[in-house]
Design a protein around this ligand. Structure first.
Ligand SMILES: Cc1ncc(COP(=O)(O)O)c(C=O)c1O
Length: 370
């Protein structure tokens, strides 16, 4: 059993992927070719934003968003400590200081109730992460940020396709930044990402920054990156968008089924703590289906012995990463993030998980906690 199965997906879309890639090889515009423009239109329509700017990775998307907002040394950007490293890395790479606000222990997303206390005169932006495929509480975060004149950038690397109160992830704040890393809900066959906004001026700046800050050929009013998307990745993503609605529906169905099947394991066991909590106004795309257990190491070893792959997203919160030691935020500072980092473990999840395999995973979980 695979943790994520990309081969079955490829066999489903092979004719479209192969034909689209062959077209790129024939026309030869390997970077920013016609597929890139077409993809940006498809993605902007899907998310319901005026602009989509495709980029080379999710990390570039976050950095380009911050650069377009002119955020740099001396500025603070608020994010969650329980996320993939890139969220805070992007803040630090533009020279700003990451400031952490603990997560809501039910959703693992930035807790709006703790946001205001972290805002200082240096705060320029808030970057909530929509972790595991579920959006953060953007109405609450936008309202607080608006009062303090802060930009809100969604780190939507794990939530492309998710909805919050009927609106799509990436369209919930000033800028949405997503990743199309192969294992993401919408994944390329290499690194890729995208930015979304309704703001014409920011869109123009982000387009320039992804291309070395160039506003016209060989003319650079600002610094930028080699942040462009290549045409082959755009071709792959266009093929995957043809089946994406169907895949999202499968993810939602499989997530609900997992929680249903696991319910008695959670009720009966002293070691399993709980299944994912999804807010009633959210739909989750389950970039990860993540449960909490006590004694995670024993659980992991038993699952492995039973032939079920698992993964830990993420074992060390960002305020405890060696590179952020200088921030002076020791253990105990963000208890919800630290508790989650000790307990979370993700089960196999992808749109092609069969009912038989799902039952096998659940049986293994029940055995591993017993
Ligand atoms: C929450 C989060 N932010 C940012 C990123 C960075 O995306 P990429 O790997 O495409 O640079 C990831 C990717 O794993 C992520 O999960």
């Amino acid at each position: 059993m695979d943790f994520i199965d990309l081969k079955t997906q490829y066999s489903r879309i092979k004719p479209s992927v192969d034909a689209r890639i062959a077209r790129v090889l024939e026309h030869g515009a390997y970077v920013m070719g016609p597929e890139v423009t077409e993809l940006e239109q498809v993605l902007a329509t899907y998310c319901g934003t005026r602009h989509c700017i495709s980029v080379a990775s999710g990390t570039d998307a976050l950095m380009i968003a911050l650069m377009a907002l002119d955020i740099g040394p001396g500025d603070e950007v608020i994010t969650a400590p329980f996320t993939f490293f890139a969220s805070a890395e992007a803040i630090a790479l533009v020279g700003a200081t990451p400031v952490f606000v603990d997560v809501d222990p039910r959703t693992y997303n930035l807790d709006p109730a703790q946001l205001e206390a972290a805002i200082t005169p240096r705060t320029r932006a808030v970057m909530p992460v929509s972790l595991y495929g579920q959006c953060a509480d953007f109405d609450a975060i936008n309202a607080i940020s608006c009062r303090h004149n802060l930009a809100v950038v969604e780190d939507a690397a794990q939530s492309f396709g998710a909805t919050y109160k009927g609106r799509k992830s990436n369209a919930l704040s000033l800028i949405g930044a997503t990743s199309f890393f192969p294992s993401k809900p919408l994944g390329a066959y290499g690194d890729a990402g995208a930015l979304f906004t309704d703001d014409d001026n920011l869109a123009k700046l982000m387009r320039e920054i992804r291309l070395h800050g160039q506003d016209r050929r060989y003319h650079h009013p600002r610094l930028g990156l080699t942040g462009r998307l290549d045409s082959i990745q755009a071709a792959v993503l266009l093929a995957k968008m043809e089946i994406f609605d169907d895949e999202v529906a499968a993810r939602i169905r499989l997530g609900a089924r997992y929680s249903e099947l696991l319910a008695d394991a959670f009720a009966g066991s002293p070691t399993v703590i709980r299944a994912p909590y999804i807010e009633p106004f959210n739909t989750c795309v389950y970039a990860q289906y993540t449960i909490e257990v006590e004694n995670r190491e024993i659980f992991e070893t038993r699952m492995k012995a039973l032939g079920v792959p698992t993964a830990v997203h993420y074992p060390l919160p960002l305020h405890l990463q060696p590179v952020f030691e200088h921030l002076g935020l020791g253990e105990g500072r963000f208890p919800a993030s630290e508790a989650a980092a000790r307990r979370v473990i993700s089960l196999p999840m992808h749109p092609y998980l069969t009912e038989v395999d799902q039952v096998k995973v659940v049986q293994a979980v029940k055995q591993a906690v017993g």
